[in-house]
Design a protein around this ligand. Sequence first.
Ligand code: CA
Length: 259
Amino acid sequence: MKEQISIQDRELAEEAKEALARYLARTGWKKFHLKAALIDMDGVLYDSMKYHTLAWVKMMTEMGVPCTREEFYAYEGMTGTATIALLLKRAFGKVLSDEELREKYKIKTNYFKLDGKKELMPGADRMLKSLMDADIDRVLVTGSAQSTLLGSLDGDYPGAFTPEKRVTALDVKHGKPDPEPYLKGQLKAGAKPWECMVIENAPLGVQSGVASGSFTVAVTTGPIEREKFVEAGADMIFDSMPEFADALPQLIDILKNNR
Ligand code: CA
């Protein structure tokens, strides 16, 4: 019953097809057939960024490093140790050893544990259900090593991520915006770049997804303006997770069957 397809659905289909054409042009791949979703954690599955930024400012202020909460949204996706290295170099011109960086990161993860509340991102459960229903493989790809949330995934999103289908800060040398996390995600999915959709909420994460050659969706879930995701090269941009979850069944159909 074609006449019952809503204008909204038609607009999404148009937008997705245009995005796909642009994606093929930018990557040079001949085709795209969705098999796996590579999914970021903070700001996508958990509404956790506000607590991360609080923990960062608390820890850095104690160390005498001038900083603002806002700037940590811009660093989102980098590993914790890379973020610490960046700020300490900026403030004191200091270069720390890997071991020192890990020690400092423990302070931040501890503040997050103490002061943070675990909040599921609205729409994330529907997103995962649509992917599972359509038999799209899921791989977690996060710059975090924060056990508070990683340990909760199974309980909060049962069956969404098997233990071997996770890339965390501990699995990579270079965090986002380097493509390594999403290239590892493709490997864990056993899929090619032209079979994977990256789902991200941070500009550095989008850059990583784009550089990995996969179709990269940005979802705005924090204070970062849309323009930053355009600059980062996102193939499609959604204004919230519920909006993305609404669109996903139709988007999967288009990206899976390429029609
Ligand atoms: Ca994120």
